[in-house]
Design a protein around this ligand. Structure first.
Ligand SMILES: Nc1ncnc2c1ncn2[C@@H]1O[C@H](COP(=O)(O)OP(=O)(O)O)[C@@H](O)[C@H]1O
Ligand SMILES: [Mg+2]
Length: 254
């Protein structure tokens, strides 16, 4: 399928809006590190970008939103549910694409991994695998169905994680550096998927062109919000800061 042609999703998607996300006065510690202290954010926009240096707290924020990390104080709620209870009470509500695909992938083959995403909607396993094959075909990837995931490259495994999220079609998509290992066609396709998604999408990335047009981008720095506003403004501010730091560092090398 040419890249400029839309594919037909095999699953229907819930309509946009209403995934109310609230982070209130959160303190999060991971091991000995205090990652967030008094962090408060309301996240209602359909597209939100998350940027900032390594270690800024992007992955930690995602881990809290999907309930993997539970704050020591404060609250994280998704549609009125405590984030930590979401996977048990509403398994189809929040889906996360991990920065490291190996944290996400469970099954040995691509079709089996994709089928897993359909289990919250009650699809029987055999039918789920059949749907996964149809989905792969719709993406021109029918030949991936029986491939061993362990024999895929890192970028291909990242691609599988993204496909798994697409087929699962949760109401809130959390994408943690999803472009990082994708080749250029993969990045373009993922960008189109994000643009077309009917769900709320939050994306962290160092590739600012993917979030520059978003209505909202949050720049995290050492666990705090350094800037929060329209993508064009926040990305420009971050880039200016990075340029200044590189220049200062270059001076100190002389
Ligand atoms: N498993 C962990 N245990 C303790 N501290 C961690 C762990 N993972 C990350 N951190 C720390 O949390 C902070 C934020 O990390 P992270 O959320 O991964 O940032 P980002 O995704 O923006 O690179 C960093 O200071 C990092 O060292
Ligand atoms: Mg990260």
């Amino acid at each position: 399928m040419p890249f400029n042609e839309p594919y037909s999703p095999v699953v229907s998607k819930p309509s946009l809006g209403g995934t109310s996300l609230h982070i209130r006065e959160v303190t999060l510690q991971r091991g000995a590190n205090t990652i967030f202290s008094g962090l408060t954010l309301d996240l209602p926009e359909p597209r939100i970008g998350l940027i900032g240096d390594n270690g800024a707290g992007k992955s930690s924020l995602f881990r809290m939103l999907c309930g993997l990390d539970v704050p020591q104080s404060g609250s994280v709620t998704v549609r009125g549910l405590e984030a930590r209870n979401v996977s048990r009470k509403r398994p189809g509500l929040v889906g996360m694409m991990f920065q490291n695909p190996d944290e996400q992938i469970i099954f040995p083959t691509v079709a089996e991994e994709l089928a897993l995403g359909l289990s919250p909607s009650g699809v029987a396993r055999r039918e789920a695998i059949a749907q996964a094959r149809v989905f792969l075909e719709s993406r021109n990837l029918a030949h991936w169905a029986d491939r061993a995931i362990g024999a895929l490259s890192h970028g291909q495994r990242q691609h599988v994680c993204w496909l798994a999220l697409m087929i699962a079609s949760p109401e809130l998509l959390l994408l943690d550096e999803p472009f990082a290992s994708l080749d250029q066609p993969g990045q373009a396709l993922l960008g189109m998927d994000i643009a077309k998604a009917s769900q709320q999408v939050i994306v962290s990335t160092h590739l600012l062109e993917h979030v520059r047009t978003f209505e909202r981008v949050i720049w995290l720095e050492r666990g705090q919000v350094r800037a929060d506003g329209p993508g064009a403004q926040v990305c420009a501010a971050y880039q200016a800061d990075v340029a200044a730091r590189i220049a200062a560092q270059a001076l100190s090398y002389k």
